[in-house]
Design a protein around this ligand. Sequence first.
Ligand code: SAH
Ligand code: SF4
Ligand code: F3S
Length: 479
Amino acid sequence: MIRYASTNDKAESELQRKYMEKAAVYVTKLQESLGRSPKCCVVTFGCQMNARDSEKLLGILTQIGYESVENEEDADFVIYNTCTVRDNANQRVYGRLGFLHSLKDKKPHMRIALCGCMMQENEVIEKIKKSYRFVNLIFGTHNLFRFAQLLVTMFENQEMIIDIWQETDQIVEELPVKRRYPYKSGVNIMFGCNNFCSYCIVPYVRGRERSRDPKEIVREIEDLAADGVVEVMLLGQNVNSYGGNLDHPISFAQLLREVEQIDGIRRIRFMTSHPKDLSDELIEVMKQSDKICRHLHLPLQAGSDRILKAMNRRYTKEQYLALADKIRNAMPDIALTTDIIVGFPGETLADVDETIDVVRRVRFDNAFTFQYSRRTGTPAAAMADQVPESVVREGFDRLLKAVQDTARERAALWQGQVMDALVEEVNEQDDSLMTGRLTNNMLVHFPADRTKIGQIVPVSLDTCHGFYYTGHIPSQKDG
Ligand code: SAH
Ligand code: SF4
Ligand code: F3S
């Protein structure tokens, strides 16, 4: 079903608030029949965008009376916010759905919903309709803002509710959000993607690029700052093309300048940067700023010009290297991280060696390496020369070794220095330690008490353990 929403966005958020009140009545009824407060569990697959969407889902669920729990076993309502960027993401969802089925057999009042990128694919919907009949509600990425309304429909019906839109031009502001962390938050600055890299499903499941009004973004961040947030992560599939389609176009660098002015915000991060659109203006703004973190995630994907062209990335190996050089010259302490795909159709081991050459020359601080996954409907899926698994494996192993070598070498550079860390949480293995994040995105573990969570403290980086540090907070007299 193709649906283009046309309602005014303010009217839409008011409408959804009415549905929240209505949904709350059903949750109260459920509470009476259970004799305790109903519990919900939101499980996120995929990227930071999905994580942020899950905070919106949880905002609505807590508003209508659900209590949030970590495990599906303890929940009366479970929602999976899915990802479909690689096939293993899909397989994980199907695997866990099998497990949910067994839970629901024991707890028939349990309700199950699916949303997110995977649901935008027809064959997924067909498979769920056929093999997972116990799912109560399915919706996609474009109508997430209608969640309250969809919940009401779910409570009022016994059969499976499916509502998937092909596109939307709506950006609905002012719906409740429940943040995972009190001190940091993601902030969407744009939705969708127009780049159509030939391997990638995202433009098909997230729709066309739409930028949020800068005034709305600034207002949201001011509210976050007033609520104790010190670090924001600006989110978009390609933040460097932010603002181009606004009525009054502004650049991403100009947006950053405005976000920098907001009192209380101490750190600004952003994700992701497409190399083809990274401007000199952005480098300049980053260089002058003491709030923008010294970290740039700049996906390379491949180092061979032939493969880059087939991927429709619109830069060459030399252009990428020149850009990385320019960034490192402007900010020598910056951490450069990247994403790389191995096994794109037609890629040979000689092509992978070109990628490894870029890794060695740029010396990435970290790299996420992926084996190519064939996504139905993308141009690359129809390409003739898909690479055999054994060749992919060999290239992947070679690349991984190069990546680990440079990452280890870069990590060791900061040994003995004192750097600011945002204290994020109690260390998972040892609760006398806190885990903090440095401006370059590395983690450091050090003794401190939990009252420090959410604060930015200086930490001496005593010992490098490959990809993280252990350290201590220097006393005044240490200097
Ligand atoms: N918008 C971001 C990336 C979003 S997807 C960007 O352009 O950088 C995150 C990463 O998943 C991509 O950078 C890419 O490395 C990887 N990826 C996307 N599609 C893939 C596929 N079909 N197979 C393997 N990896 C893929
Ligand atoms: Fe996918 Fe390319 Fe868009 Fe990133 S820029 S989301 S890799 S199409
Ligand atoms: Fe996955 Fe969708 Fe993000 S496909 S990577 S969750 S945009």
